[in-house]
Design a protein around this ligand. Sequence first.
Ligand SMILES: Cc1ncc(COP(=O)(O)O)c(C=O)c1O
Length: 285
Amino acid sequence: MTKSKKVFLNGEYLPVEKAHISVMDRGFLFGDGIYEVIPVYQGSLFRFEEHLERLENSLKLTRIENPYSREEWRDIMLPLIDVTKDQYIYFQVTRGAAEKRDHAFPIGVKPTVFMMCNDIAPFNGKEEGVKAISVEDNRWSACNIKAIALLGNILLRQQAVEKDCAEAILVREGYVTEGSASNVFAVIDGILITPPKNNFILAGITRDVILELAEVNRIPYAEDIISLDALKTASEIWFASSTREILPVIELDGQLIAGGKVGRLWHTMNGLLQSYKTTYAETHK
Ligand SMILES: Cc1ncc(COP(=O)(O)O)c(C=O)c1O
């Protein structure tokens, strides 16, 4: 028999099948909550402080109380981790379960905290590149909050999946915002470009790491707007996220990008990221 998975729920570690929440939980009824995903390499929480900073920001913007300090959050995470594998911690905080369903904030209700740890499965097609489509970004304008209410993102991702694509590139008024669950990078005229941080994108932690690596390694880069027309002239396009890392795109809307081959800069950046991850894990035990 396989050992059942242990998760954390409201102060307790439980087998996943014993972890239950109320049907009155506002996360369930309204999607009223926020979440984070932190990769764990060799037992070390990758860019823990940055992820916690983003969590604190999401909580502040949604006015949900932060139940724990950073050290308490870390202490909750550690028992869930298997140090022999690459994994990721998923955790979410909802506004909690109120007596009645009412849009306005309930009074005197404690947030619900749920956390689990899963293996990072190697992403199929990372070395060969993936296909993508562009779609109109019809989500709300507070995409900087890492909200559990992901219906907009889900519907957009599904459009990509149904066209045999790995991800959708979201476009608002002619300009790229991000992917349905990732940030977007393009190499145009030899410069690595990613859209600037604002309320229409989630400030990805992987995005920041890539920009830092570009800076340190003197790779020309810019945080700048990218029109869909300009994107179509790119010599490379990548998606960036914690669980898929850097994913090269070889086809956009049925047209090959740079002849359908994974670009040179992707190989360089992927190499830099892999060394950075190893060094980070060794120095952040
Ligand atoms: C909409 C969206 N943008 C960007 C990202 C990338 O963020 P990170 O690099 O922190 O995983 C994600 C990750 O899930 C996302 O869902």
